[in-house]
Design a protein around this ligand. Structure first.
Ligand code: NAD
Length: 389
């Protein structure tokens, strides 16, 4: 069958926040010209909590839903499986899925540790299918455009950079305990949940991270309520590190307790000939400064609004013109289009399992530099019970 006449049947495992973003991405993937004629069918969505699977099936138009992963493995008509499960379940679910020979897309992190990520990647390398990982930020058109400028030398050799990912979903001490606060089921807190996107973003925009110079991890809310029991939080609320990429030095900080910051990733890079940056505060643009004969009266960085001249934009924006906006939803469309194109063109992705291992290696070095897998506590920590009192 020719590539242009192909139907690809997709199953999504996990109907939570990320699983629904995957469904959104697959549902809109046909907007890519390069996928013209490739039919993407939302065949099945699975969640251990059946009502969640049913609701997502109805919302996104899946043909069927269920509560067991085996039903997907056993269905030879399913070509693609997209996994969006709690981190601690990735390994257990991924290994048999990979062994089925289907194309696999999985959320980050690849496993709960570098060892697990490497094991999964090594196993996947034995199968010819396409294996992608959910580094969604690198698919935001404006961020991808910044990366293209930095990589093509527009700002010269990078001298230094800063990257942050701030969120506030855990800032309130009464936020209940979930798998996200358990180091065994998550692999880490802010670092592994949010900071892993920063690590990938630095690798994407600036270059390989050659060294973790130092790292600090802290937990500021020690206990959280789990249906009446005060459970210990065993991973980081805040992590900071100093990194080196080539000759460039960078600072990195991530927090899930950043009051007033619902969800923000920002990167800025300063080089020999200019500088540039991107922030999810303004998804649809990046800033660029080129120190070429600056006229002092108007010298300064300029705002570049994303458009069809930039990566992904024409394939994900409902208007193929500048200024109408792209956001995080479009990043998931672009991510799934990239994955589907790799399948159609029979090649591997840039954001493949080896990219996931590379990011986990950096995270692992930060944990090591911070001195402990479990973060340090001190007596300034806020306790959920004390705060509620
Ligand atoms: N790329 C991103 O921007 C992004 C954003 C959010 C989450 N994530 C990643 O996505 C993954 C899932 O996170 P989430 O926020 O969607 O979590 P979530 O808790 O919202 O959803 C997880 C879902 O998996 C289901 N589930 C748990 N175990 C299962 C099993 N064995 N079989 C079938 N279903 C099962 C749960 O019932 C739940 O509905 C995590 O790895 C997280 O790191 C990525």
């Amino acid at each position: 069958m020719s590539a242009s006449a192909r139907t690809l049947r997709v199953a999504v495992i996990g109907a939570g926040m990320a699983g629904q973003a995957h469904a959104f991405g697959f549902r809109n993937a046909s907007m890519s010209d390069a996928l013209a004629g490739t039919r993407v069918e939302l065949a099945r969505i699975v969640d251990a909590h059946l009502p969640a699977a049913e609701a997502a099936a109805s919302r996104y138009g899946f043909t069927s839903f269920g509560d067991d992963v085996q039903s997907v493995i056993d269905d030879p008509s399913i070509d693609i499986v997209s996994v969006a499960l709690p981190n601690g379940q990735h390994r257990e679910v991924l290994l048999p899925l990979i062994a089925s020979g289907k194309h696999i897309f999985t959320e980050k992190p690849l496993g709960v540790s570098l060892r697990e990520a490497a094991e999964i990647a090594d196993f996947a390398a034995r199968f010819p299918a396409v294996h992608g990982v959910g580094f969604s930020y690198r698919h935001i058109p404006a961020l991808a455009a910044l990366a293209r400028e930095v990589q093509s030398g527009t700002i010269g050799e990078p001298y230094h950079f800063e990257v942050v990912y701030y969120a506030s979903h855990a800032a309130d001490p009464t936020v209940p305990y979930t798998w996200r606060f358990d180091v065994d089921r998550s692999g880490g807190g802010a670092l592994i949940d949010l900071g892993i996107h920063c690590i990938d973003t630095v690798r994407f925009v600036v270059g390989e991270i050659d060294e973790v110079v130092s790292g600090v991890m802290t937990t500021v809310i020690d206990r959280r309520n789990d249906r009446g029991t005060a459970e210990e939080v065993t991973n980081d609320d805040v992590t900071a590190a100093v990194l080196r990429s080539g000759r460039a030095v960078g600072t990195f900080i991530t927090s899930r307790v950043a009051r007033g910051e619902p969800n923000r990733l920002t990167i800025a890079v300063y080089g020999a000939k200019g500088s540039g940056g991107f922030s999810t505060d303004r998804y649809d643009e990046f800033w660029l400064y080129q120190a070429t004969d600056p006229e002092p009266a108007v010298d300064g960085p300029r705002r570049v609004v994303a458009g069809p001249a930039h990566p992904y934009y024409a394939d994900v924006s409902s208007f193929r013109s500048r200024g109408v906006g792209t956001g995080y939803g479009e990043a998931f469309v672009a991510e799934m289009q990239d994955f589907l194109r790799a399948i159609v063109e029979d090649r591997q992705l840039e954001a493949d399992f080896s990219a996931a291992v590379a990011s986990m290696r950096v995270a692992d070095e930060i944990i090591e530099k911070a001195g402990a897998r479990r973060p340090r506590r001190d007596d300034r920590s806020v306790d959920a019970d004390a705060d509620a009192a």
